[in-house]
Design a protein. Structure first.
Length: 281
């Protein structure tokens, strides 16, 4: 029996085979403690495919792992595309498994965005188009490995992105347009960004403290290290949990369900004590 879409888009590492820890490359940086080429298992992957330092990833120099989300693509590839086989027991299929994983992740990410757009009341004129896009994308996730390898997933992403933008415009109204803007380190404290188009914007280390981001479109925005303390992201469009986890915030940062404040952010009381200490200095 097929799982509901909401459950399928939630990563279940127990049904995967550590694909994100093997298929993907990473470079030594603030996000990862070491270099690792694509197709090579991270040295922290154990025999049971679990991470040996999962509870200490940030302290061990791997914060990049804590903000990654495959949107359920990992278990889809292992359990559906490859029928429960994994790269250890089926080494002859490993390369193909690693190759289709990023394709599946793109499809699952699109399903997540399309489902959110379909739930927007203001996007009602697009509901039929969104239903078709959801069905088409879902069908693609069920292709076999060869079909996924041949799929022009970027062309499909562009078609879906156009539809998502139309849904965003119907919902946001006429907010400021910062689509794709380079706002790295930008001073945006307290800025009125209600309904803003921040699609693909580079907001790395931006100061967004107490900014009003209600209803802003944040699809693909890079929020790594952005300071969201006290910011209001109520109703922000296409915001993901992994985007928020890559940013900095506090107990005053407001978000809408199902998004939650990351556990590593300071609570309200902690944030208040920190501000009091800074004032005494």
């Amino acid at each position: 029996m097929s799982l509901p879409l909401r459950d399928r888009l939630h990563a279940d590492c127990s049904r995967c085979a550590a694909l994100c820890c093997v298929a993907l490359p990473f470079a030594a940086s603030a996000d990862f403690a070491v270099d690792k080429p694509a197709g090579t298992p991270c040295h922290n992957v154990q025999d049971d495919f679990r991470c040996g330092i999962h509870g200490e990833l940030r302290a061990s120099g791997f914060p990049g792992c804590t903000v990654y989300d495959c949107f359920g693509a990992g278990q889809q590839v292992v359990q559906v595309t490859f029928g429960g086989r994994d790269w250890r027991r089926s080494p002859d299929e490993a390369a193909q498994m690693f190759a289709v994983f990023p394709v599946m992740r793109t499809l699952h990410e699109l399903l997540r965005y399309l489902a959110e757009a379909r739930a927007l009341p203001q996007a009602r004129p697009l509901h039929d188009d969104l239903d078709r896009a959801l069905a088409d994308t879902d069908r693609l996730t069920r292709l076999d490995a060869a079909g996924l390898a041949e799929l022009d997933v970027e062309a499909h992403r562009r078609e879906a992105s156009d539809l998502l933008l139309r849904a965003s415009e119907l919902t946001r109204g006429r907010g400021p347009d910062h689509r794709g803007a380079d706002l790295v380190g930008a001073a945006l404290r307290g800025r009125d960004l209600r309904g803003a188009n921040l699609r693909g914007a580079l907001l790395v280390a931006a100061d967004l403290r107490n900014a009003d981001l209600r209803g802003a479109d944040l699809i693909g925005a890079d929020l790594r290290g952005a300071d969201l303390a006290g910011a209001d992201l109520t109703g922000a469009l296409f915001l993901t949990q992994s985007q928020l986890a890559a940013a900095r915030g506090d107990g005053r940062t407001t978000v809408s369900p199902p998004i939650t404040r990351p556990a590593h952010w300071p609570r309200v009381a902690d944030a208040r004590r920190g501000r009091a200490r800074r004032r005494r200095r």
